[in-house]
Design a protein around this ligand. Structure first.
Ligand SMILES: [Zn+2]
Length: 112
């Protein structure tokens, strides 16, 4: 899962370096408001935790899919139908990413 926000001046995407998976986690880590530095125009700006959005980590999604395809092909040769479990693994990984993202975006911290 990748956290990002938008620059106030040039509207470009600013990535947030954090491993927080929920908004309260991010709040614990950075506080209610924190300063971000736009990589595009260099503007420093304060962002509230609620201004941060999450999107699924595509690398994790693709690795999940790749592993599942290999696992499915491999298992299919030996176990036939049970090999389709690989597909279930891929769906599980993708679902976990989507779910974490949705949870993050849905949950707002009460503004003081
Ligand atoms: Zn900018």
């Amino acid at each position: 899962m990748q956290l990002y926000t938008h620059c106030n001046s040039c509207k470009s995407t600013i990535k947030i370096a954090s491993n927080a998976t929920t908004r309260p986690d991010l709040q614990m880590e950075k506080g209610d408001e924190f300063t971000v530095n736009c990589q595009n125009c260099g503007a420093m700006q304060k962002k509230h935790v609620n201004d941060i959005k999450a999107e699924p980590n595509k690398t994790v999604l693709w690795i999940g899919v790749a592993v599942a395809i290999v696992a499915t092909a491999f298992l299919w040769m030996f176990f036939g139908l049970i090999g389709t479990l690989g597909v279930a693994i891929a769906l599980g990984v993708s679902y976990q990413q989507m779910n974490a993202t949705r949870g993050f975006n849905k949950y707002m911290i009460r503004r003081k």
